[in-house]
Design a binder for this molecule. Structure first.
Ligand code: SF4
Length: 169
């Protein structure tokens, strides 16, 4: 969301007032996936009365299902997986300006987590999150993380320290 605020977006207090709605999904439990699908069903009705509304599905279910979501839900404009998060403003601009429907679920082993991601300035002033790694290599039998978040990728030590120092200041 920090990326969107930097890109001149303003948070909307209701779904009905929004021009862009992104459904962030989790695939760890079936229940969470069903809830996301149910919300998407309600967005279909909203989009009928607001054709310019941009509807996106992001996160782990998007990563897992990919273009099947666009095929199943013809009113969805964006399916964005876990490594494309950092491209979100560009993807949204492409959808809005070029009337595209986009699936962005590519995963690569040379993926680099960008430094200094903008964060929403809320909560306790002495507390901030710093991403240090993403994904997992362990493949525990019951877990989808290595498939949805990809293989383990760590940020460089110096980069993490620089970001911590920057935030502390
Ligand atoms: S170690 Fe990795 S694969 Fe195992 S439960 Fe944790 S995230 Fe999932």
């Amino acid at each position: 969301m920090g990326q969107l605020l930097l890109d001149s977006c303003i948070p909307s207090s209701t779904v009905e007032d929004a021009d862009i709605v992104l459904v962030n999904t989790c695939s760890i439990r079936q229940k969470a996936e069903q809830k996301a699908m149910s919300l998407l069903g309600r967005l279909r009705i909203l989009k009928k009365s607001k054709p310019d509304l941009v509807v996106g599905v992001v996160g782990c279910v998007a990563q897992q299902e990919g273009k099947k979501i666009l095929q199943r839900l013809p009113y969805v404009d964006l399916v964005m997986g876990t490594q494309s998060l950092y491209n979100l403003p560009a993807l949204l601009n492409d959808i809005i300006n070029n009337k595209k429907r986009i699936v962005a679920v590519e995963q690569t082993s040379d993926f680099v987590i960008p430094p200094f991601l903008p964060e929403i300035d809320s909560g306790p002033p002495h507390k901030r999150f710093i991403t240090i790694m993403q994904g997992c290599n362990n493949f525990c039998t019951y877990c989808v993380v290595p498939f949805t978040r990809g293989r383990e990728i760590s940020r460089k030590f110096n980069e993490i320290v620089d970001e911590a120092n920057f935030l502390a200041q």
